[in-house]
Design a protein around this ligand. Structure first.
Ligand code: NDP
Length: 592
């Protein structure tokens, strides 16, 4: 490949492809997604919510509602807001945590921020008038925005916190969903929306001996500040004098490593696959600029970002960051989609720049080499940090590279890699979340539709949906995931569009006194066929990728085609939904 004018030397693309394939081979394992275990059974202690109200008690609730929403994260909040905007008042929200916020309630680890620009990621900024303090917001700020939205739209009054929805059963005679919870509640609802989140089920690696470690140990999603001291801004005084181990170098690991390195006496970071870590470039908000934005700016900016990151260059790049710059050296004109070859070239060059940045920052050559990612840029969620690579120049930080094999064993005292035991005072799992493997397992919900059919049974060979949100045989039931849905890198954009669609449809039913709505068999089959057809390209790409949750750890289970995002991309998906609303749901749906 020739010089692209951006300072890139010639690259041997074939040699790189061979290297990528070798790195993938090293990491493939027969147990694929089953190598992980959930925070249940003997690991239930890992799932205890450090931020809940201890011994929380309340009266059991028995009532009727127009809509029950399960989950108070972005999906649930936005759906509730859109329903309120359409005059639907009788809404109950059931939430496992002690407050709204979802991901941003649970994840409070030190250093937490969102990788997506705050101006397009914090929901409903125009409605709340909130001005994010920085271009990339801290987790706590996003959490506060969720609380502010819930206050503004009066969602606290009917929220049931620290409550797990357990069963959702459709009663065809009365055309209601009966929702029961672990606190004995029984709610009869016309519609249910399962918005249980994308990354809500933390997982632990199945490393032999994992249950034997004797020191404090926790998952990043349940950070134990009682032990570490401090808060998300650092000041982790409890780690002073301690030897700490962190397993995992995904987006979470990248963010929590710098503050831990600052406070621990010694940090061992256990790496299986290096992340791609690009420039962050955070900075304070120019408040004057922010206040000058015209109404409608947030959706316009979200769209501009999704267009750029979908390979559809525009005349201007509003966000202008390390995510959108991937395609900035475009050869196509604004509004013309890039060809697969152009995208491929841009992605190869991006990864090369990411590897060179490591050489520029990390002083120890062997460590720098071990930190270099050799996979296609989009095989894993790209990371961004101006602090992560720098920690490897500290004398108290050691990268323990496991050469793609992962940690060998956990002992009562620490971790074993390549036959050497690393003794630890504390062990932190930055090992991610169960993702798109089984909706029932991830959500913990037992859902029974018409004729007593369970959703688990209905989807046992993969999901069957219309637009990823509805499934035939389960009237008035909506689910918010990205399975069979087109998703932007900015999840807020997806959640925003889906919530508007759902609220439009539910309001349409209520306004027109329509008792039930579900996809026609024909429309569902068509959508599923389209998803399968469009998944071919995606599969060809992921088949060459290093294992991760994106490609079911390199395996290709039968349900892969079905349990994947819509291959047509977010922009086409958003158009489908907008058209459905515009046409007043005249097609694809059966009303009863
Ligand atoms: P990930 O699944 O991305 O990362 C898990 C890490 O654990 C990987 O590095 C994985 O290695 C490692 N691991 C797993 N098993 C072992 C083992 N046996 N031995 C050694 N290492 C092991 O989880 P994250 O929590 O980092 O991120 C999940 C998602 O959440 C992200 O992809 C992103 O979408 C979102 N997120 C966004 C953030 C943001 O916007 N700032 C911040 C945090 C998360 P391997 O790669 O080899 O599998």
């Amino acid at each position: 490949m020739s010089n692209n004018g951006g300072g890139e030397a010639d690259l041997d693309v074939e040699a790189l492809a061979r290297r990528y394939a070798e790195e993938r081979e090293k990491r493939l394992r027969a147990d694929a997604v089953t190598q992980y275990q959930s925070l249940k059974g003997r690991f239930a202690a890992f799932d205890v919510d450090p931020n809940s109200v201890p011994d929380f008690q309340r009266e059991r609730v028995e009532r009727e509602a127009d809509v029950v929403i399960i989950g108070g994260g972005f999906g649930g909040l936005l759906t509730a807001v859109q329903l309120r905007k359409r005059g639907v008042e009788n809404i109950v929200i059931i939430e496992k945590g002690a407050d709204f916020g979802g991901t941003w309630y649970w994840n409070r680890y030190p250093g937490i921020r969102c990788d997506v620009e705050s101006y397009i990621y914090l929901p409903l900024l125009e409605e709340t008038g909130y001005v994010p303090s920085e271009k990339y917001a801290k987790g706590a700020e996003i959490y506060e925005q969720c609380r502010l939205i819930a206050e503004k739209f009066g969602l606290y009054a009917d929220a049931l916190f620290q409550t797990l929805a357990e069963t959702l059963t459709w009663d065809n005679d009365v055309q209601r969903w009966i929702v029961t919870t672990n606190r004995g509640d029984r709610i009869s609802a016309r519609f249910t929306v399962a918005a249980t989140g994308l990354y809500s089920s933390p997982k632990l690696p199945g490393i032999p001996g994992i249950e034997t470690f004797e020191g404090p140990s926790f998952h990043t999603s349940r950070w134990d500040y009682a032990f570490t001291g401090g808060d998300a801004d650092g000041n982790l005084t409890g780690l002073q004098g301690k030897t700490v181990g962190i397993i995992g170098t995904g987006s979470t690991g990248i963010q929590c490593v710098p503050p831990v390195a600052q406070w621990a006496q010694q940090l061992y970071l256990f790496q299986r696959t290096p992340a791609s870590v690009d420039v962050r470039g955070n900075g304070p908000t120019d408040v004057e600029w922010f206040r000058s934005l015209e109404p409608g700016w947030q959706r316009e900016r979200m769209l501009n970002f999704t267009q750029w990151t979908s390979g559809l260059p525009q005349a201007i790049d509003m966000v202008g960051d390390s995510m959108t710059d991937l395609f900035r050296e475009k050869t196509t004109s604004a509004g013309v989609e890039m060809s697969p070859e152009e995208r491929e070239k841009a992605e190869i060059l991006k990864m090369e720049r990411v590897r060179r940045r490591i050489d520029e920052i990390v002083e120890d050559k062997a460590t720098a080499e071990a930190l270099k990612p050799y996979f296609h840029y989009f095989c894993k969620r790209p990371g961004f940090s101006d602090h992560y690579l720098q920690v490897f120049n500290r004398p108290n930080v050691t990268l323990v590279d496991t050469a793609g094999k992962g940690v060998e064993r956990v002992t009562p005292q620490g971790l074993v890699v390549d036959g050497r035991e690393y003794e630890l005072d504390c062990l932190i799992y930055a090992t991610g979340f169960d993702f798109m493997t089984s909706y029932t397992r991830e959500s913990g919900l037992s859902i029974t539709g018409r004729d007593g059919v369970s959703l688990e049974e209905h989807w046992k060979n993969g999901a069957h949906t219309l637009f990823g949100m509805q499934t035939r045989g389960f009237p008035n039931f909506f689910v918010l995931t990205i399975v069979q849905a087109g998703t932007s890198i900015n999840y807020l954009h997806t959640a925003d569009v889906q919530s508007i669609y759902m609220a439009d449809l539910i309001a349409h039913c209520l306004d027109n006194r329509l008792g039930t709505v579900e996809p026609t068999q024909e429309a569902e089959d068509e959508w599923v066929d389209l998803c399968i057809q469009l998944s071919a390209e995606r599969h060809a790409f992921f088949e060459k990728c290093t294992p991760s949750y994106f490609n079911f750890e390199g395996a290709r289970p039968r349900e892969f085609e079905l349990n994947s995002p819509f291959g047509g991309g977010p922009l086409a998906y958003f158009e489908y939904l907008a058209k459905m609303s515009e046409e007043k749901f005249a097609h694809r749906l059966e009303f009863g």
